[in-house]
Structures are given as C-alpha cells and as structure tokens.
Design a protein around this ligand. Structure first.
Ligand SMILES: C[S@@+](CC[C@H](N)C(=O)[O-])C[C@H]1O[C@@H](n2cnc3c(N)ncnc32)[C@H](O)[C@@H]1O
Length: 286
C-alpha cells in the first residue's frame, strides 16, 4: 500500500453532515470472513496486513483485551505546528514525515469513519467480559479542542485514563503546553479489573518511550499496566507498530496477536520481540 492510500472512499460533505450521518446511521452489517482456523493459529505473530482485514478473519468474541494506539491523523493538524513546523529535538518530530505506509493525513471525517470501523471490528472480536484500551490524543484545531468524541460516540466508554507523559513540541501561544494523552477504557458489560488494580487511579505518570526507531511508540510500561489490570486471555493490538504490546504481553506471560500495515515496522516489531525473548531466556550472571 502506498504512503497516501486511504482505506475508504473520500467523502465530499461538510464535517457536521458526515458526523450526523454516522451517528444516526442504521447499524451496518460487518462483512467478516471468519475462517475455521482456531485462535491459536493467529497468536504469537505480527500479521503484516490491514487490521480490519485481520480482525474480520478472527473468531467472534475470542480476544480478552485490546491495547492499541491508532495513527492520530496528526499530519493534517492546523494547530500544533506539526504540518510545516519543525519538531526540533523532540522525539515526536519523527511524525512530521507520517508513517512509512500510512500518510496520517486523512480528511478528518474520513478518519472518523475509519476509526469507527476499526472499533466496530474490535468490538466483534472482543469477549463479553473484555475491554479495549484505546490510546489517543486530544488536540486544538482552528482554536477549538478536538476531543475525538465523534469517534467514540455510541461505543461503551467506561472511563478516560490520563497518561501523563510529559514533553511535547506543541508550543502555542494560545494554550498551555499539552503534557498528556488519553486512554479510553471501552468495556463490554461483564468486564472487571483484577483485584486491587483500581487502586492505581486514573492518572498514570509514565515517561515516553525511548530508544525506539518507530516514530510514535508508547512505552512498554503503559501496555503492561493495561494488560496486567485484566483477568487473562489473549491480547490483541491492531496497530502493533514496533511490537510494544506484544512485548508487554510476553512479560506477563499472555498470548497476543498483532496487525501492522508497514512491512518495515513489522520487521522492527519482530526484532524487538525476539530481542526481548533472548533477554528473558538469558540466565543472570552473578
Ligand atoms: C501510533 S502507531 C502504534 C505504535 C505502537 N503502539 C508502538 O508502541 O510501537 C500506529 C501504527 O499503525 C500502523 N497502521 C496504520 N494503518 C494501519 C492499518 N490499516 N492496519 C494496521 N496498521 C496500521 C502504522 O503503520 C503505525 O505503525
């Protein structure tokens, strides 16, 4: 897939019209081509493909937890200087170029439609007691906050966790420097945290990922906290990037499945996961 390929047809309508149509549209039948392969055939692999295509092949209600961070569509920002600005020394500056095989530059209504389709596919594969940890970032567009409500409308958002991550390149004289991202906890009705996990609260202070050649990784600790707070079962990350969720799952001895569209990021993820396995297997020297 080329850098600028979008996954759906462009929409020629004002933003409000698209959002109203979306939210009031009759429920769409999900086209999935579930195979009779057991879930075990999908686990322990980064599937180098479109995430909706992968999820549509997985059995319904088969995964227990989804930890993921989609592309933020940040390249078309009006407010934070990413479009033409310079990121200086900050690690997020890498996103000035978008991702290798995804431009991160969709018209916003198309992006909303795409992300809602991704969430629908996630809800289908999620068990009745499962949950999605959906990491996203709010931003200011044309002077007004864009809190991603259109994406989440109608999905069972139970809580918004603040990931206080520090640092940013978004110095704008009109508002304070943003220092957090959000994690939407989207939960099916029977979802429960592990005992005492609730005590850690809803503001998580975790430094940003370092030493990672992917332009927008989250830290292993973030994925680890999400997975550790759940009761067990298979972990899915539909936007696997550099393999962070898989590494967190490995650390917690949980099975995992990943999708990633970019062949290069798939390679990076496989290498990171292998490296982690080696570290795990090396006995400590005294
Ligand atoms: C924010 S990054 C995820 C980073 C990841 N959490 C990590 O720690 O490395 C989003 C990823 O989604 C990938 N992506 C974009 N479109 C995709 C699609 N349709 N299916 C699967 N992956 C996609 C991008 O290539 C990018 O690596």
């Amino acid at each position: 897939m080329s850098r600028n390929t979008v996954l759906i047809e462009p929409i020629d309508a004002p933003f409000e019209t698209v959002i109203n149509a979306l939210v009031n549209a009759p429920e769409e039948k999900i086209e999935h081509q579930e195979t009779n392969r057991s879930l075990a055939e999908w686990t322990g692999k980064v599937h180098c493909m479109d995430c909706i295509a992968l999820m549509n092949m997985l059995p319904a209600e088969s995964v227990s937890v989804i930890v993921t961070s989609p592309p933020y569509n940040i390249k078309n920002s009006t407010g934070n200087g990413l479009k033409n600005g310079s990121g200086g020394k900050w690690p997020q500056a890498a996103l000035l170029q978008g991702y290798e095989d995804h431009s991160d530059d969709m018209p916003y209504p198309e992006y909303v439609v795409w992300q809602r389709k991704c969430l629908e596919a996630m809800m289908r594969v999620l068990k009745h007691d499962g949950a999605i940890f959906y990491n996203h970032k709010w931003r200011v567009q044309n002077g007004l906050i864009q809190d991603r409500a259109e994406i989440l409308e109608g999905f069972p958002v139970r809580q918004i966790i603040i990931w206080k991550r520090k640092g940013g390149i978004n110095f704008n004289p009109g508002y304070f420097l943003p220092t957090y991202e959000v994690i939407y906890l989207i939960a099916k009705p029977d979802f429960k945290l592990t005992p005492k996990a609730n005590a850690q609260g809803d503001v998580w202070e975790i430094p940003q990922a370092r030493d990672n050649e992917h332009p927008a990784p989250f830290p292993i600790e973030l994925a680890q906290r999400c997975i550790a707070a759940t009761q067990g079962g298979v972990v899915l990350d539909p936007f696997m990037g550099s393999g962070t969720t898989a590494i967190a799952a490995e650390i917690l001895n949980r099975e995992w499945i990943g999708a990633e569209i970019s062949p290069n990021y798939c390679k990076i993820a496989e290498q990171r996961i292998k490296l982690h396995e080696k570290t795990k297997l090396t006995p400590c020297r005294r």
